[in-house]
Design a protein around this ligand. Structure first.
Ligand SMILES: [Zn+2]
Length: 290
């Protein structure tokens, strides 16, 4: 690592091609077990890429996936990566009440911890679904002993977003040290733009992401937080033809370029696990009422 460079948080949201929010209305949950499994091979490719680049990351994994892929979970943690929770089956937090959220969190975490033998202290809400509608969510996370969450996209987006949330790490509770680490946004023309992964990273030229992460590192002196999904490096995944055109466009654009783009990204910046980012950011995270 070059001296003086900022360490950024690298994360993978471990879910299969049929579990994404964009397809939830056309693929029923009770058919998931009948669909071709692609997540294992894709995660192994990601582990190889990370090993090659010598980077460690956090894998926010669905409990549903962990319950079917125990050895893969151990392979992730044996390689030195952090296992963290992405909830049980990708149900959005703002679609649950407090009790259902607590049960979802508990079920996922038990499964992840049983599979790996390691403690889970990080959480990422499916589809960044912690926002102004879920004032109880951080209290539940704190009650269950989570150290951090990375569940907020502080932008305007058609599927998610909490545009008024802070752009960098904050403490949502006054009685607990829980830290929320939003995914990265950059300021472009006075507006916040998503720059932490997802469709934007695949659709826009890599130069945009590189510019945005440099802005955040060099001008704001903060870590960037980046995420992607195993299905994004898989151009051969089955096509969901009855999904809305807009969802299909977003899901399938540039899948064949994603792996080489990611290789550039892991090479051009310094990366670490999200628990390390939470630890480093805890000291300067301001308390902000959620
Ligand atoms: Zn997800």
């Amino acid at each position: 690592m070059a001296s003086g460079r900022v360490l950024n948080g690298l994360s993978v949201d471990v879910e299969d091609w049929y579990q994404v929010g964009a397809f939830e209305k056309v693929i029923e949950r009770d058919t998931w077990d009948k669909l071709p499994d692609r997540v294992s091979d894709n995660v192994v490719r990601i582990l190889d890429m990370f090993a090659e680049a010598d980077v460690k990351a956090t894998f926010f994994t669905l409990g549903w996936v962990a319950s079917r892929h125990g050895p893969l979970m151990r392979r992730i943690t044996d390689a030195g990566h952090e296992m963290a929770s992405h909830g049980w089956d990708h149900a959005r937090v703002h679609g649950m009440d407090r009790r259902a959220f607590a049960e979802d969190l508990h079920r996922a975490r038990t499964t992840l911890e049983d599979a790996t033998g390691e403690r889970v202290i990080g959480y990422r809400a499916p589809s960044f679904s912690i926002d102004q509608r879920t004032p109880w969510a951080y209290e539940v996370l704190a009650e269950q002993g989570y150290a951090y969450s990375s569940s907020v996209a502080p932008v305007v987006h058609d599927h998610y977003g909490w545009p008024k949330a802070p752009r960098f790490a904050f403490r949502p509770l006054d009685h607990n040290s829980l830290v929320e680490i939003p995914v990265t946004t950059a300021i472009l023309g006075g507006r916040r733009v998503a720059a932490g992964g997802g469709g934007f990273f695949r659709v826009l030229p890599y130069a945009f992401s590189r510019w945005a992460i440099r802005q955040v590192n060099q001008h704001e002196n903060r870590p960037a937080v980046f995420y992607f999904h195993p299905w994004e490096i898989d151009p051969d995944q089955p096509r969901v033809s009855n999904a809305p055109m807009r969802s299909r466009l977003r899901h399938y654009t540039n899948l064949h370029r994603m792996a080489s783009k990611l290789e550039g990204l892991v090479r051009d910046f310094d990366w670490c696990r999200m628990d390390q980012i939470a630890h480093r950011e805890a000291g300067r995270a301001q308390q902000v009422a959620a």
